[in-house]
Write a protein that binds this ligand. Structure first.
Ligand code: F0G
Length: 434
């Protein structure tokens, strides 16, 4: 299935060889996407093949990304692929969360079950394969933590030299620890995500570094498979809504592309509505979707949220994400720090758990059902993007009543479950347990 890079801008659509190292259209500056000429095979055949590959011991088949390689055919040969068996993430029913969200039922597609604990692994196996294919030696990303953890792991596994740029003081310790342990050269830059990204994009060209931010179209290809795997797990029954948190908006772009392509290829007969949820203090995409003029995004200069993964004020992929949300008949909602914190505790109490950014989904759902925008009997899949253990400090503060919003105001620990310190005394313990 020969592939090319195409400018995403409708008025340009210039095409470039798939091996060209470009991140924006050299003609108009637009975002790039990977496009394919007609695929061989039929929807029914692919569905059967993908099902059969689940029983295979071949690494490529065991990957929840490369299992669906017919839909991400940008490589000529699979030699450069490094897989840590990414994807393969479960779809979990959560009755307690459904009730909290005002729904009869909900299922969580939990990307926190990935090898490095976030959905970034789905894209990174593709981005690193492309890096190897074009002969890169050194790869880099700017990150709020999860991309860097994932890139460090995949680049090191592939024998590449990973370089990471993260905002100093504003990423969770779990994520920073991963980057160090996976052997990445790590720079904590004294600026926010948006400023660092602008800086590193200049540097990448100067130093010949291959960039693995979500502006890299090959990462988007890998993230598409999150939705393909979800549909496979549901025996191709299309949900009414897919709900996800929005930061730099790569995932929104990837999910929309996945559904458009699955429709084109006859794998599904309709697409779900995408609901993107942002944190109130970092919600430029929410503002854009409500603006009369949607031709340019007004960046939030100082984004603030405890959900540091989505602390982004100037999301690069907004033109793609806007297109996908509108095409799906979807919407964008925003939620407060309090709403995120409480929804997160509810997801935890389901025995599932997630990191703060992921919990924005359930908080958003609760708001949308209360407003009557989402019906209680809707068939909803929410994507939990990161693992609970990414940010244990936040959890401890919430349950001990010490969580403070970025502006310093105290947050209520509505579902607090503080540990009890107790003397080693059997009677005392018995009395506490009632
Ligand atoms: N959830 C988590 C846990 C994330 O790490 C991110 C993004 C998002 C949601 C938002 O996804 O950017 O595709 O809209 N994290 C990036 C990073 C920015 O650097 O790890 P998005």
């Amino acid at each position: 299935m020969p592939a090319e890079l195409a400018c995403f801008e409708e008025r340009c659509r210039a095409r470039f060889p798939v091996t060209e190292i470009i991140y924006n259209c050299p003609r108009c500056g637009g975002l790039l996407e990977t496009v394919y000429s007609a695929a061989e095979g039929s929807a029914a055949e692919w569905k059967r093949t993908w099902h059969e590959r689940r029983a295979s011991n071949a690494p490529l088949d065991q990957s929840g990304v490369w299992r669906y390689r017919e839909l991400i055919g940008f490589l000529d040969d699979y030699g450069p692929v490094v897989t840590l068996r990414e994807g393969n993430t479960p779809l979990l029913e959560a009755p307690r969360a459904a009730a909290y969200g005002g729904l009869d039922r909900i299922s969580f597609k939990h990307q926190g079950f990935n090898p490095t604990g976030s959905f970034k692994d789905n894209g990174m196996t593709c981005g690193v394969a492309q890096a190897l294919r074009v002969g890169a030696r050194r790869v880099a990303c700017v990150s709020t933590g999860n991309t860097s953890a994932s890139m460090a792991a995949y680049a090191s596994a592939a024998g590449l030299d990973p370089v990471i740029f993260i905002p100093h003081g504003n990423i969770s310790f779990g994520k920073l620890a991963q980057a160090l342990e996976y052997g990445a050269r790590t720079f904590q830059v004294e600026a926010n995500f948006d400023h660092i990204l602008a800086l590193v994009r200049q540097l990448a060209e100067r130093l010949g570094i291959y960039l693995l931010n979500s502006i890299n179209p090959f990462r988007i290809e890998g993230q598409k498979t999150i939705m393909v795997e979800m549909m496979d797990q549901r025996d191709w029954r299309v949900p009414d809504w897919v709900v996800l948190p929005g930061g730099n908006l790569g995932n929104t772009s990837a999910f929309g592309k996945a559904f458009r392509e699955m429709l084109q290829l006859g794998l599904i007969d309709r697409a779900p509505r995408l609901a993107v949820i942002q944190a109130e203090g970092a919600a430029p995409f929410y503002d854009l979707c409500r603006a009369a003029d949607r031709s340019r995004l007004s960046a939030v200069p100082h984004p603030e949220t405890l959900a540091t993964a989505i602390r982004i004020g100037d999301p690069v992929s907004w033109p793609k994400a806007l297109h996908e949300v509108l095409a799906s008949g979807g919407l964008v909602e925003k939620v407060t720090e309090q709403e995120i914190a409480d929804a997160k505790a509810v997801i935890g109490h389901c025995g599932i758990g997630c990191e703060p950014a992921s919990a924005a989904t359930l908080a958003g759902i609760r708001k949308l059902t209360a407003a009557g925008t989402m019906r209680a009997d809707a068939d909803v899949v929410a994507v939990l993007t990161g693992n609970l253990l990414k940010d244990p400090d936040y959890i401890h503060r919430y349950h001990t009543g010490e969580l403070r919003a970025p502006d310093g105001s105290a947050l209520r620990s509505t579902f607090a479950n503080a540990p009890v310190v107790v003397a080693a005394d059997a009677n005392r313990l018995a009395s506490l347990l009632g």
